[in-house]
Design a protein. Structure first.
Length: 112
């Protein structure tokens, strides 16, 4: 066993948080408060764009959603390593969205 492998052996059982980011949307508080069942929030990611895989908030890979039985999974498409140049930062601001209010919900008119 190499020195590097022995070093990783000491930390390999440490818990980390793995997050898969589907997309983001920037909304103002009024739009958030208008959300109801069956509201649709448009995200900043295209349907064919790989998802970000983060460990403790740091991007480590790109992946895609897969279904296995009745559960979702993730297929890793690309590892983002120190050897590779970092990807250009994406604009994270989503375009303005339309929030569909719940059917039958009262709308406040003229409220500031």
């Amino acid at each position: 066993m190499t020195d590097t492998a022995q070093g990783f052996g000491l930390i390999q059982d440490i818990d980390v948080r793995l997050t898969v980011e589907l997309g983001r949307a920037q909304m103002n508080l009024r739009e958030v408060l208008d959300l109801a069942e069956e509201s649709v929030v448009m995200l900043d990611r295209l349907t064919d764009e790989p998802l970000d895989v983060l460990v403790n908030g740091k991007l480590i890979a790109k992946g895609e959603v897969v279904a296995e039985g009745n559960r979702f999974g993730l297929r890793i498409l690309e590892l983002v390593g120190a050897n590779q140049p970092p990807a250009a930062p994406r604009e994270r601001r989503a375009p303005p969205i339309e929030v569909t209010p719940k059917a039958g919900a009262k709308q406040a008119e003229g409220a500031a």
